[in-house]
Design a protein around this ligand. Structure first.
Ligand SMILES: [Zn+2]
Length: 327
């Protein structure tokens, strides 16, 4: 059942979302049970240079981590984000007549939402990036938004969606000030926008910060066009995005990817399937034994396998330099 809400007070969405979860916890046994299981999550802190990483053992996430997102896998199942296939208990808040905001029945950590396009259409960032920025702002009282590309983390690559979790659950949200201040990283600092190619961080994000939505959109286009020269031309470049809004300013963390999963996933040695949260330092480990196995060296090696190569990064920096510095 979907409640249609037209937001007058735009920042109220975060409170509405919190209220929705409270209501759903009281009436939806399955959701409540999964939220109760969050208390059993075991976390392990790993440090690399000045940065913090948290490996989280959450057994309920195996479904998502090991999801079959191949074309045949998708064809053989009903789309679980389409309205007619949602659990009967699921309620949602309609946002901007385009999305519904739903409680994710398999929370990773804390309050977790999926924000789903009303219409069944493929996961893609082009045409939807502005919605991500608007949602980030409207949810910013309590939440951080994220996007997983269809080939690097989205468990429903056939149905457009974003996700939201509570702010500051991803270690990068705290560490990013260190990154933008690190002189080893290439940085463009203009009056209306800053862009940092944060190579010193293992997930290698490009961080775009601005108070102006138009500037973010322009920078995003530049980055995406640069990436399109590297990836298959007809496909969306593999990216994860984390999006925050603080003090009237957006910070967009774009993680260009080279691989969906590390070799250890396919060999069965270590089940991790990095998506936006993992790239931002919150590494989901669905098997208990993997939590013991994962250490600093293993983690850094995994990031190396799935994040951008040095050569590609140089190319992207050149594109940004040409657009913003060489005039
Ligand atoms: Zn669908």
């Amino acid at each position: 059942m979907l409640t249609n809400k037209i937001e007058k007070n735009e920042f109220r969405l975060a409170d509405e979302a919190a209220g929705l979860l409270e209501m759903q916890l009281a009436e939806w046994e399955f959701l409540k049970a999964n939220y109760e299981k969050l208390a059993d999550i075991i976390a392990k802190e790993i440090r690399y240079e000045d940065y913090k990483f948290i490996a989280l053992h959450n057994p309920e996430r195996i479904k998502s981590t090991a999801a079959d997102v191949s074309d045949s896998g998708i064809k053989n199942r009903k789309c679980f984000l389409c309205k007619e296939n949602l659990p009967v208990e699921q309620r949602g808040i309609v946002y901007d007549k385009k999305y519904y905001l739903l409680c994710n029945p398999y929370p990773v950590v804390g309050k977790h939402y999926t924000i789903v396009k009303l219409k069944h259409m493929p996961q893609q960032i082009v045409g939807n990036i502005e919605d991500l920025l608007d949602l980030t702002r409207h949810m910013s009282k309590y939440f951080t938004l994220f996007y997983n590309g269809p080939k690097c983390g989205a468990s429903a690559p056939d149905h457009m969606h974003f996700q939201a979790i509570e702010k500051k659950k991803m270690p990068l949200e705290d560490d990013f000030k260190k990154l933008i201040g690190d002189s080893r990283n290439f940085r463009i600092d203009k009056s209306r926008i800053s862009i940092t190619a944060a190579e010193t961080y293992p997930g290698k994000p490009v961080i775009v910060e601005s108070e102006h939505k138009g500037e973010i959109l322009k920078a995003f286009r530049t980055i995406l066009n640069g990436l399109k020269k590297i990836y298959e031309p007809k496909e969306e470049p593999m990216i994860n995005i984390v999006s925050t809004y603080e003090g009237n300013k957006w910070s967009l963390f774009i993680f260009p990817r080279r691989e969906h999963r590390p070799a250890e996933f396919y060999s069965g040695e270590l089940i991790v399937s990095p998506a936006a949260l993992d790239m931002a330092g919150l590494v989901i480990v669905p098997r208990k034994e993997d939590l013991d196995k994962i250490d600093r060296d293993k983690l850094i090696d995994i990031y190396k396998q799935v994040s951008f190569t040095k050569e590609y990064y140089e190319f992207l920096k050149k594109k940004l330099f040409e657009k913003y510095i060489r005039v």
